[in-house]
Design a protein around this ligand. Structure first.
Ligand SMILES: Cc1ncc(COP(=O)(O)O)c(C=O)c1O
Length: 358
């Protein structure tokens, strides 16, 4: 029995996109970002396919431990580092690479470093303008000194920062952030780790010794002004379901909750097994396309928990059982995201567990 809805994961597209990262940043080493269940694509499976990456990056310690439990041996960078003693003990035992974004994390590491049976690799996260995580610029020299005093048990691998405006490559704040970190790194002789997808694709200064691509690995564009296809990326996820009913309604028939859509004429209407309970966006408006037999047909009326209705006038041959694509190959997730006022990242990440990854 094949279960629907399902997200088909194309691992050859994933390796193609990783090669695109190498193409744009040929001198960089790559932390492939697989947090949030690899942006909804299945973290373990994606990690197993990313053998050509230099390491994997996750947000949280639990994500890293999950990868280790499943036999992933690549270096794993925990971007947020450890929030308490227990997490740090687990991280040391699992040989994780730690992001450090504050003096408290550094002191905790100093206090527990005796638990480590090998040198612990760390990256100091610096706040160069994002004002989310990272140590203040004025604190950097003292913290570097503190970390260097913990050598050889602690190995400071370099400085990292996150760009707040990489989705707008022309924004001058990108260059400022890069320059700020470059100056610090030069002063202390340390490697840099800056570029996310937007930086890798469009900002030379962000193609540093290490980079951290996320969305581009999954075939998503980080930009509004440029499609994933134009960037040479291939979608890894295709979200698909099936038509489970077909009706013929007369002019004026009201479709679904609230009857917000009325049939303008006598017409075929299909029902597709996907809804907000699966992570399909409830705010997708009438007109949002789905693909049936390669033809874009519009969603009509409100999205329910388990179903949507579609106007079948452009696919009159469609029958119950037929495959319906919600996004992915042939229908960029960016198109759907723009219609519902969100970004591709969110749509990919928020599929619910009842969507099978196939
Ligand atoms: C710290 C950090 N680095 C890298 C990334 C990857 O960014 P992108 O998916 O835009 O490539 C993220 C994503 O949110 C992040 O938070």
């Amino acid at each position: 029995m094949s279960s629907y809805p399902r997200a088909r994961i194309d691992l050859s597209a994933l390796t193609h996109n990783l090669a695109q990262v190498r193409h744009h940043a040929p001198h960089s080493r790559i932390w492939a970002v697989v947090k949030a269940n690899a942006y909804g694509h299945g973290m373990v499976r994606v990690a197993q396919a990313l053998t050509a990456a230099d390491g994997l990056a996750v947000a949280r310690i639990d994500e890293a431990l999950h990868l280790r439990t499943h036999g992933i041996t690549l270096p794993i960078l925990v971007l947020e580092g450890c929030a308490d003693h227990e997490a740090l003990a687990a991280a040391l035992a699992a040989r994780l690479t730690l992001g450090l974004h504050g003096a408290a994390q550094i002191e905790r590491l100093a206090a527990q470093i005796h638990q480590a049976s090998f040198p612990v690799a760390v990256w100091l996260k610096v706040d160069t303008g994002m004002h989310r995580l990272g140590v203040a610029l004025s604190d950097v020299p003292a913290l570097i000194e503190r970390l260097r005093a913990l050598a050889p048990k602690v190995q400071l691998e370099g400085l990292m920062t996150h760009l707040a405006n990489a989705d707008c490559p022309d924004d001058p704040r990108n260059a400022q952030q890069c320059q700020t970190l470059q100056q610090l790194a030069a002063a202390f002789g340390l490697p840099l780790n800056i570029g996310n997808s937007g930086g890798i694709l469009a900002l030379n200064a962000a193609r540093t010794e290490w980079v951290r691509p996320g969305i581009m690995l999954y075939g998503g564009s980080p930009f509004d002004h440029c499609s994933a296809h134009e960037l040479g990326l291939r979608p890894v996820m295709t979200l698909e379901s099936r038509l489970i009913a077909r009706h013929h309604f007369e002019r004026g028939a009201a479709i679904g909750y609230g009857g917000t859509y009325r049939c303008p004429e006598s017409m075929p209407v299909g029902v597709v097994a996907i809804g907000y309970g699966d992570g399909y966006p409830r705010h997708a408006p009438t007109g949002t396309p789905v693909l049936i037999h390669g033809q874009r047909v519009p969603l009509i009326g409100r999205v329910s928990m388990d179903m949507i209705s579609v106007d079948l006038r452009l696919a009159p041959q469609a029958q119950p059982g037929d495959r319906v694509v919600l996004w992915g190959q042939g229908l960029p997730v960016e198109d759907i995201a723009a219609l519902v006022g969100t970004i591709n990242y969110e749509l990919l990440c928020r599929l619910s567990p009842r969507v099978t990854l196939a």
